[in-house]
Design a protein around this ligand. Structure first.
Ligand code: UDP
Length: 195
């Protein structure tokens, strides 16, 4: 893995195309892989919070999501090739699994949003299997049950959309219990998918 240290966060020096290839491999490979997509706001939050920084640095991939991260890498003369937006990477993955048959679980956003996103995405990506959905407003004691629901769905890919840093911390906390192959934290994506 070739990375650049931006304020303590290891950001992958990858193109969008390479990120998608690697993510597709993660989806097919047993064992939980984790992708975060830090934008400048997330990098700043991590700079101020060592615990959050550690969470980000334990991912398998951190994409440079935002031109500010790209500029920061150029300023320290260790440039990433280009911006790799988490949203675009998520769309690429959905397109790809709609053809290969793996399924996705949509977790996060207000009640009802993930269901609408499921319907929209199944329209947009014919063949896409959405194995399940769950909203993102739960009590701590409901967490284990949600993990069970995700595991029981048989999904290979999990989108966690709780906003940062909540989604990264959730993934970190539950990584050992999850049976999906790839977890991605992608903020407000479900709201966008739902339209
Ligand atoms: N959200 C959630 N549970 C929470 C807080 C937020 O599911 O406890 C959802 C919220 O409904 C929205 C997303 O997380 O869909 C956060 O989106 P935002 O654009 O704020 O996150 P960002 O992309 O900036 O990280």
């Amino acid at each position: 893995r070739e990375t650049v240290d931006i304020l303590g966060v290891n950001i992958d020096k990858i193109t969008a195309e390479y990120a998608l290839k690697k993510a597709e491999r993660y989806v097919r490979t047993p064992g939980v892989s984790v992708i975060y997509t830090p934008n400048p706001e997330i990098v700043m939050a991590a700079y101020e919070n060592p615990e959050f920084r550690k969470v980000l640095n334990e991912a398998d991939m951190c994409t440079p999501d935002g031109i500010g991260v790209v500029y920061a890498s150029r300023m320290i003369h260790n440039p990433v090739p280009e911006r790799v937006a988490g949203f675009d990477l998520a769309c690429g993955l959905l397109e790809s699994i709609s053809k290969t048959g793996e399924s996705v679980f949509l977790f996060g956003a207000a009640p009802g949003v993930a269901e609408t996103a499921k319907a929209r995405l199944e329209e947009k990506y014919p063949g896409l299997k959405v194995a399940g959905t769950h909203h993102g407003y739960f009590k701590p004691e409901e967490e284990a049950e949600i993990v069970e629901e995700i595991n029981a769905s048989g999904a290979s890919l999990l989108f966690v959309c709780l906003g940062a840093p909540k989604q990264e911390k959730w993934i970190h906390r539950n990584r050992e219990r999850l049976r999906v192959n790839l977890c991605m934290g992608i903020g407000g994506a479900l709201d966008v998918f739902a339209g």
